[in-house]
Design a protein. Structure first.
Length: 95
């Protein structure tokens, strides 16, 4: 998780080119997901989801202020952006 957060903070450094940063993010996310058990096509799919949902930032959060019903002001958390209402059993630490 620390590598992913390190790369997120590198994004703030204007001296590092965006293509280099994106390549690093992809490598770190792929390594992280492989280490927790994703393989083959599942790994490719998981990397795409993580990059689309959180950009590889492990502490990503989104408050759903425009959502309706029970999802109003719910919170999406972590790499996969697990919603706290849709997935109440996933704790902050797990997300």
């Amino acid at each position: 998780m620390l590598k992913s957060n390190f790369i997120f903070h590198l994004l703030q450094d204007k001296s590092v080119g965006p293509q280099v940063l994106l390549s690093l993010v992809v490598v770190v996310v792929e390594e992280l997901l492989f280490d927790v058990g994703f393989k083959d096509e599942d790994l490719v799919t998981a990397v795409r989801i993580v990059l689309g949902e959180s950009g590889g930032y492990t502490e990503a959060t989104n408050i759903n202020t425009k959502a309706g019903g029970k999802y109003k002001n719910s919170i999406d958390r972590g790499l996969f952006q697990f919603n706290n209402v849709a997935f109440p059993n996933i704790t902050e630490e797990m997300a």
